[in-house]
Write a protein that binds this ligand. Structure first.
Ligand code: DAH
Length: 343
C-alpha cells in the first residue's frame, strides 16, 4: 500500500511536469495515463491487493489521481485545439493563411458618392428623408393633388393598413420636409432610394436611386441652376461633354426643363445607348413653383429657388458599360466585385 501511494505521488509529479503542446503529445498522454492499458487502470487493478480496511482510503487517493489526470488532459485538449476528433494532424504554422475577402463598394454607391461629393464641394449639404412617405409629402405638397394626371407616371406601392402611406416615388419629398423646417437659405443634396410600380426589365426596375438638389434663397435664378449643373456635368462626365436643356413639365417647378448630355459612349455620333440621337437624358429640373414654396410656408415673393432630380442607375449603366439594370440588385458577387477598384 505504501509503495502504491508513493507511486501515485510520483505519477502526479510526472503529470504536473508533462509538456503537451500538440495533438500527438496529447494522445500519448491519454494512452499512458488514461488509456485502457494505462497507469490509472493498472492502479485500479491493484485494489484487490490492498487490505480491506485500507481500501476506502486507497480508493479516494486513486479517484483523486484519476481526476487530476483527466483535468490535465481536458485542459491540454482545449489548448491544443484538438477538441473534435482524435485525428493527429499537426498544426503547421508556416502555411500561408486563408485570404480575407475584402468587399467592394456597390457600383450604385460609387456613382452616388461621386455625384454627392461634387455638390458638397459647391456647398450643398446632405439631407435625408423617409422611404415610406405620406401622400402629402410625396405628391400633394409638390403641386400634384389627387387625380392630377402627372401622378399617372409615378404609380407606386401603397401600405394596406394605412392607405395614406406609400413608398416614395422620388426624392422630392425631402425638399418638402426640409422647407417645412423653416430655416433659410436651403442648399441641400438628397440621395436616396425610390420606388415605382413598373414592370421589371433590363431598363427599368420597381426600385432605383435618385439624387435630388434644392437651393432656396433670395434672388436665385435659372442662370444659377444652369451654372451649377454645367459644373456638375463637367466634373462627373468629363470636360468635353456637351449639355442641352429642353423645356419640360413638372408640377413642382415652373419653368421646368430636362437636361441631356452628349453621349459619351459615341461622343455624340449616335449609338445603341443614346438610341442614335447623340444625347442622353440625365435629369429633370426647374425653378421651384411658388405654390410649393407656399405649401411649406415660405414667402414666394421674397424667396425663389431651383431644384433638380436625377437617377443614379442610368449614369451607372453608362459609366460602367452595364447593359441590364437588374444586375445592380441581384447581389451576384461575381458582378459586384468587378467594381472594387472603380472610383
Ligand atoms: N422628381 C422628378 C422625377 O422623379 C425629378 C425632378 C424633376 C426632381 C424636376 C426635381 C425637379 O427636383 O425640379 O421624375
Amino acid at each position: 500500500m505504501e509503495y502504491l501511494l508513493e507511486q501515485i505521488a510520483s505519477y502526479r509529479k510526472e503529470i504536473e511536469g508533462y509538456q503537451i503542446s500538440n495533438p500527438q503529445q496529447l494522445e500519448e498522454f491519454r494512452i499512458k495515463f488514461l488509456g485502457t492499458r494505462g497507469l490509472t487502470k493498472s492502479l485500479f487493478a491493484e485494489m484487490k491487493n490492498v487490505p480491506n480496511e485500507k481500501k476506502k482510503e486507497f480508493g479516494q487517493v486513486l479517484n483523486d489521481f484519476k481526476q487530476f489526470a483527466e483535468k490535465k488532459f481536458e485542459h491540454a485538449k482545449a489548448s491544443t485545439g484538438n477538441n473534435q476528433s482524435s485525428d493527429n494532424e499537426e498544426l503547421d504554422l508556416s502555411l500561408p493563411g486563408d485570404a480575407i475577402q475584402i468587399g467592394a463598394r456597390h457600383p450604385i454607391t460609387l456613382v452616388r458618392n461621386r455625384m454627392v461629393s461634387i455638390f458638397q464641394r459647391l456647398g450643398f449639404s446632405i439631407a435625408d428623408g423617409p422611404e415610406i412617405e405620406d401622400d402629402w409629402h410625396n405628391f400633394t405638397a409638390l403641386n400634384l393633388p389627387e387625380n392630377h394626371p402627372a401622378r399617372d407616371m409615378q404609380d407606386t406601392f401603397y401600405i394596406h393598413q394605412k392607405p395614406d402611406w406609400l413608398l416614395r416615388t422620388h426624392t422630392s419629398n425631402v425638399q418638402i420636409r426640409e422647407m417645412q423646417k423653416g430655416k433659410l437659405p436651403i442648399r441641400i443634396i438628397c440621395p436616396g432610394r425610390v420606388y415605382r410600380n413598373e414592370t421589371v426589365s433590363a431598363r427599368s426596375h420597381c426600385f432605383f436611386h435618385q439624387v435630388e438638389g434644392l437651393y432656396i434663397d433670395e434672388n436665385v435664378s435659372f442662370a444659377d441652376l444652369k451654372q451649377t449643373l454645367y459644373f456638375f456635368v463637367k466634373e462627373m462626365f468629363g470636360k468635353d461633354v456637351k449639355v442641352r436643356f429642353r423645356p419640360s413639365y413638372f408640377p413642382f417647378t415652373e419653368p421646368s426643363a430636362e437636361m441631356d448630355i452628349s453621349c459619351f459612349i459615341c461622343e455624340g455620333k449616335g449609338c445603341r445607348i443614346c438610341k442614335h440621337t447623340g444625347w442622353v437624358e440625365i435629369l429633370g429640373c426647374g425653378m421651384v413653383h411658388p405654390a410649393v414654396l407656399e405649401n411649406c410656408s415660405i414667402d414666394s415673393n421674397k424667396y425663389t429657388g431651383y431644384a433638380f432630380g436625377m437617377g443614379v442607375e442610368r449614369p451607372a449603366l453608362l459609366l460602367y458599360d452595364v447593359n441590364d439594370i437588374r444586375l445592380f440588385s441581384e447581389n451576384d458577387a461575381r458582378f459586384l466585385k468587378q467594381f472594387g477598384s472603380a472610383v
